[in-house]
Write a protein that binds this ligand. Structure first.
Ligand code: ADP
Ligand code: MG
Length: 322
């Protein structure tokens, strides 16, 4: 509050405590108020502007109010999905979590940054290529979400050899795309701890990371490495997801645990990170994924499992932000 302000503006305090008032100044009876209008449509902006003006001029000593609305603060939550090694179902999980989040009403974006094998165009069943406007890529829409993949930047069948600056440059292009109203962006990272991870973590400052592991010991050791990387770079690890945990026989429906049970929970405990949930090894997940039909888009048992996992991740995000 500027020292020249003689009287408080009581109604504005409510907006200020909601974090919408970026600055306010009063000089010679003229109040100048800068308001964060991020996420508001034209109608809501007009309403907020009018309310603030009315509150300001109703305050003693203020004859005029100048209101500036800005929307510079983009409230976008980036979540990195990582794993220590490939083949643990990281991409499958990222695609289905994104679909589940979109189905729950979120505006979702997905970046496929896996330099070794970008698989999101297949998983999301879209071979459309993004176009660019004003030098910014426009994400492709599929299953109610927006996505961009390194795989879209090369022509079909072209060998992928993303390395070093080429890979990090391409990732930057995906990050700087026109994500519009996307509020949550999931990033499918390559496995391990290389340049792409560092670029993402430094340029995009993710709000959190999810680590995917299968129940085998070896993969859990790899998961530890991913957790360590995020920890070193100050990205809060939202938790560990165990994939291919247990097998549900498609014929008799009976569950079994070929790789044992409880290892991932124990590993999460050891690492001091939350355990977010487990997804069974399910032939239905594999065949639907291969066909570009994410099971999270359906209401079956797999769809429910992904919806539950998405909810626990949203909860973990809220906890991490608190
Ligand atoms: N829960 C699951 N049940 C059955 N198959 C799965 C499951 N999760 C992943 N898969 C399959 O495992 C393979 C590897 O998954 P993918 O998501 O590509 O792994 P990553 O991205 O970690 O390399 C794919 O064929 C995928 O369909
Ligand atoms: Mg993958």
């Amino acid at each position: 509050m500027s020292p020249s302000m003689t009287e408080p503006l009581p109604l504005l305090d409510d907006l200020a405590s909601a974090g919408r008032i970026l600055s306010r100044r009063v000089a010679d009876g003229v109040a100048t108020i800068v308001v964060d209008a991020t996420g508001l449509d034209a109608e809501a902006r007009a309403r907020v502007e009018e309310e603030i003006r009315a509150a300001a001029v109703a305050s003693p000593g203020i004859s005029e109010a100048r209101i500036a609305l800005t929307a510079s603060k983009i409230e976008r939550t980036i979540i990195a999905v990582g794993s220590g090694k490939g083949g643990v179902g990281k991409s499958t999980l990222t695609a289905n979590l994104a679909v589940a989040l979109a189905r729950s009403g979120r505006k979702v974006g997905l970046i496929d940054a896996d330099i070794y094998g970008p698989s999101q165009p297949t998983l999301l069943g879209s071979s459309e290529k993004p176009v660019a406007r004003d030098d910014k890529l426009i994400p492709v829409v599929a299953h109610g979400l927006k996505f961009l993949s390194l795989g879209q930047l090369v022509s079909d069948g072209q060998a992928l050899a993303w390395r070093g600056p080429m890979a990090t440059g391409a990732l930057t292009r995906l990050l700087d795309a026109d994500w519009g109203d996307a509020e949550i962006i999931l990033v499918d990272l390559p496995p391990g701890t290389g340049d792409v991870q560092l670029t993402l973590l430094q340029k995009a400052r993710p709000a959190g990371a999810i680590v995917v592991s299968t129940p085998q010991d070896l993969s859990l050791i790899d998961a530890r490495r991913a957790v360590d990387l995020f920890g070193k770079l100050d990205v809060p690890v939202l938790g560990l997801v165990e994939n291919m945990a247990g097998y549900i026989c498609p014929h008799c429906g009976e569950g079994s645990d070929p790789f044992g049970r409880g290892g991932a929970e124990a590993a999460a405990r050891d690492l001091g990170i939350p355990f977010l949930g487990r997804l069974p090894l399910s032939p239905a997940i594999r065949s639907a994924s291969d066909a570009g039909l994410p099971p999270a888009a359906e209401d079956g048992p797999e769809g429910r499992a992904f919806a539950e996992l998405a909810a626990s991740i949203v909860k973990a995000l809220d906890t991490a932000a608190a």
